[in-house]
Design a binder for this molecule. Structure first.
Ligand SMILES: [Zn+2]
Length: 260
């Protein structure tokens, strides 16, 4: 049995113009856009696996994001503590996905080697990229690889029974999604391969794209998975909390159940 939860720990009121690449091309007026922050929990057999760990609340507040709950504390709402976490699968290295990795001292960490290479390379020093990361957090992951706590993946890799990390790129060079086989069918934790469902549904690229054609290819691959019956879980869509039923010991709008 595999249960999957999405934890909505933060939010931002932004605009559609700031959310989509070259939004003016659609000839629609700008307007408000809510962007929510999530991480995901897979409880499979006796393993607890996190996909991403959210932003560090101090970093999020400094960047003007509203913190709904401390991401580490939020685990308790579904009955887990930080020490219960066996694995952290990192979708990519932006600050809102790796902020609390150090809070899970017994977890094996995995990410794509291509992601680490990019963020520890010369190109990442460019201001447009540097704005998306926290240097200390990148260093933590880089050190974790040296210490043997982290594993660098070269493409698609099964990390637990039925849990597969898949390299898609696009949003960042080493962006990966996680597919999970459940009793109810395949669940795809898309992270930032799809921030908002309409990116995939309308072929409308997100504003931050390392490689826009690769990002569009990822949308197509995910749309095909959806047509084949998979449940796609977008990475920042405010609709997650209405698409999936509430779960956890909490006020509404924090934890939802993706699979039971
Ligand atoms: Zn993100």
């Amino acid at each position: 049995m595999t249960a999957i939860y999405a934890v909505r720990y933060g939010t931002l009121a932004t605009t559609r113009g700031a959310s989509f690449l070259d939004y003016a091309q659609y000839g629609q007026p700008d307007g408000p856009q809510q962007l929510d922050y999530y991480y995901w929990v897979i409880a499979s057999g006796d393993q607890v696996i996190l996909v991403d760990t959210g932003f560090d609340p101090r970093v999020g507040r400094r960047r003007g994001r509203e913190v709904l709950i401390d991401p580490v504390d939020a685990l308790e709402l579904i009955g887990f503590s930080a020490r219960d976490v066996d694995q952290v699968i990192v979708s990519h290295f932006h600050y809102d996905h790796i902020g609390n990795v150090a809070a899970f001292p017994t977890a094996q960490i995995s990410f794509q080697r291509r992601e680490l290479s990019f963020w520890t390379g010369a190109e990442a020093a460019d201001a447009e990229y540097a704005a998306l990361i926290e240097d200390t957090e990148i260093r933590f992951l880089s050190d974790a690889l040296v210490d043997g706590r982290a594993r660098a993946l070269d493409g698609d890799t099964e990390l637990a029974s039925g849990v597969v990390a898949r390299l898609v790129g696009g949003h960042t060079p080493g962006e990966q999604i996680v597919t999970v086989e459940t009793d109810g069918g395949l669940v795809v934790l898309a992270a930032d391969a799809v921030h908002f469902y309409e990116e995939m549904e309308l072929g409308r690229p997100y504003a931050v794209a390392h490689d826009p054609p690769a990002m569009l290819s990822a949308y197509h691959a995910l749309e095909q998975m959806r047509l084949d019956g998979a449940t796609i879980v977008a990475g920042h869509d405010p609709g997650i909390v209405t698409r999936f039923p509430p779960a956890g010991l909490t006020r509404p709008g924090i934890v939802v159940q993706i699979a039971a």
